[in-house]
Design a binder for this molecule. Structure first.
Ligand SMILES: [Zn+2]
Ligand SMILES: [Zn+2]
Length: 255
């Protein structure tokens, strides 16, 4: 499985794009930068978008993608998938005819551009050669991470936005993770802020890693606040771990 990083930043500034990954060109995970980082033809290839949570930096590409599709590919449909509470938040607050047209009924309710699909936590969902399992994490709003497996048995877990959690790692217990993408939003000096907002620092992240059994083979850090990047990098280097890297925008990872 090949994962392309469209955005892995905890904020939006030039050169720093909000969360979006693309797997095998047709499946996106989070929609923070699908329309700003993909050209039109690549956008047309997206069939499914798995959403971790309804914070704007993870969903803001959905309405723009729908608008782009209706212009030239009105017959192309995109499934937006997540747990029920996340789907509800998107429907009520984003595609609600007030902020943006409701593309879940356009051009017709039976034939809409965007199809919202609820997932059940912990129940694997098959998408072509891939299987997605949503597992709840600990954020300030309902949020999940995704366990993603391909038919060759290669396995990735992406935390999305999360603070410290025991439950998520317990649910993953015994699973061999080839790759873990875990968030670190703040430097160690902002631990209190991280805990209040449901995020991690490098130090908190390193405590999370000790809860994961067996330990992941490769670890990538996502979602740093770009304004605090030098401090976060310094904290991370201080952990002196060999199998851990900062995720980079534009990077492709083979899992
Ligand atoms: Zn968030
Ligand atoms: Zn975020």
């Amino acid at each position: 499985m090949k994962l392309k990083v469209l955005g892995c930043s905890g904020a939006e500034l030039p050169g720093h794009n909000p969360t979006s990954f693309l797997i095998d060109q047709r499946v996106a995970i989070d929609a923070g930068s699908i329309t700003s980082m993909l050209n039109e033809k690549s956008q047309w290839k997206i069939e499914q978008i798995f959403i971790t949570h309804a914070h704007l930096d993870h969903i803001k590409g959905i309405p723009f993608l729908a608008d782009n599709l209706i212009m030239k590919k009105p017959n192309h449909k995109v499934d937006v998938l997540s747990i029920k509470s996340v789907i509800q938040a998107i429907k009520e607050n984003l595609l609600n005819t007030s902020l943006w047209p409701d593309f879940t009924v356009i051009p017709h309710p039976n034939n809409a551009i965007i199809r919202l699909a609820p997932l059940k936590e912990g129940i694997p969902f098959v998408s072509g050669q891939l299987t997605f399992t949503a597992l709840k994490v600990n954020h300030s709003v309902p949020a999940v991470g995704y366990l993603i497996e391909d038919t060759a048995g290669r396995t990735l877990f992406f935390t999305g936005d999360t603070g410290p959690t025991d439950r998520t790692w317990e649910m993953l217990h015994g699973r061999r993770l080839n790759v873990l993408i875990i968030e670190v939003s703040f430097p160690n000096s902002m631990k209190e802020m991280a805990l209040i907002t449901g995020h991690l620092t490098s130090e908190l992240m390193s405590i999370e890693l000790k809860k994961i059994s067996p330990p992941p083979e490769r670890i990538y850090i996502t979602h740093p606040k770009p304004q605090l990047l030098p401090k976060i990098k310094k904290d991370l280097a201080g952990l002196k771990m060999k199998n851990i890297w900062m995720l980079k925008e534009g990077q492709s990872i083979t899992i």
